[in-house]
Design a binder for this molecule. Structure first.
Ligand code: ATP
Length: 301
């Protein structure tokens, strides 16, 4: 085999409950991930040494060097198996960069699966998931897709049942938001409100039973009623312009509007695919329709 292409989905958080800041600086999360049908592709081709190239939306904002999460994934996999990372990685980007949709994490999961297949390593699911967790909190979910509850930093996953299809519209904002900056702003706002920002101050985050039931039930209207994102006030504080985008989606008929993860992408849940198309048209050329749940990383060829 000389080349392997893997397709990997973006995610939206249908619940993002953020606990207090831990002594290690991370936050405990109850993070309900839903994979959505916006995909990057990662192609691994046999080569003499590790190189990385890319094309597609926002590619100018993606570092095409050893700091790329896909390159880090290839290096970590090769190290685990005691081999050299002899591969050319090519990323076809369609997931917004720094948009709160786990695009970098998707590429890392895609590169792991593509390299594992190219190099014929046959790593177990457990080995791949543990490498994913080392690479980043959202990477394990990019590998498995569907819907899952992530606890800890978000990397400890339990798959969730989904009883239907959820049509979404996503509007990527120009300029990204740094995820660590959004967490810092969340802490700052909590201190400003007098709530404190440590694990001693903030109740431990838990998954909302009503939200898990809504996912199982498969009704967009029921899910829309229980969507939450504890990072949304921080994202809006850093990017006040997002409020107008959220309001425009609601005015265009969305059942619910929220910031995706740490933002700045805005996510709109629609009643059905026709409604999603109408909302996307109203929101303009930056809007994209995508249905959920989508499968995780899959080898295409
Ligand atoms: P999350 O939702 O997991 O918090 P995000 O979607 O907000 O992440 P990413 O698209 O993963 O953000 O990008 C965050 C930063 O990571 C980018 O600004 C970029 O510099 C860097 N990065 C490294 N590798 C990649 C990659 N393969 N694709 C995109 N960004 C990458």
């Amino acid at each position: 085999m000389t080349a392997v292409t893997v397709r990997v989905p973006a995610k939206v958080n249908v619940q993002l409950a953020v606990g207090g800041r831990r002594p290690d600086g991370f936050h405990d999360l109850a993070n309900v991930f839903l994979a959505v049908g916006l995909f990057d592709r990662v192609t691994a081709t046999a080569a003499d040494e590790l190189t990385i190239t890319g094309e597609g939306r926002d590619i100018a904002a993606v570092p095409l060097d050893g700091s790329n999460l896909a390159a880090k994934a290839a290096v970590a996999l090769a190290k685990l198996h005691g081999i050299e990372p002899r591969v050319r990685l090519h990323i076809e980007k369609d997931i917004p960069v720094a948009g709160g949709m786990a695009g970098g994490s998707a590429d890392a999961a895609g590169a792991l699966l593509a390299c594992d297949t190219l190099w014929g390593l046959g790593s177990s699911r457990e080995e791949l998931l543990s490498l994913c967790a080392e690479l980043g909190s959202d990477v394990p979910f990019s590998l498995v897709g569907g819907a899952a509850l992530g606890v800890g930093r978000g990397e400890l996953l339990t798959p969730l049942e989904v009883g239907g299809t959820f049509p979404w519209v996503f509007v990527a904002a120009t300029g990204g938001l740094s995820t660590p900056a959004v967490y810092r702003e969340c802490d700052r706002l909590r201190r400003e409100e007098g709530a404190g920002d440590t694990i001693a101050d903030i109740p431990a985050p838990v998954a909302d039973p009503a939200l898990l039931a809504a996912l199982r039930g498969g009704s967009p209207a029921a899910l829309a009623a229980v969507l939450t994102n504890d990072l949304q006030p921080a994202a809006l504080s850093l990017r006040p312009d997002l409020a107008a985008t959220l309001a425009a989606g609601t005015a265009a008929g969305a059942l619910a509007a929220l910031v995706s993860g740490s933002g700045p992408t805005c996510a709109f849940l629609a009643e059905d695919t026709d409604a999603a198309t109408r909302i996307a048209v109203a929101l303009g050329p930056a809007a994209r329709v995508a249905t959920a749940p989508a499968p995780g990383a899959v080898v295409l060829r």
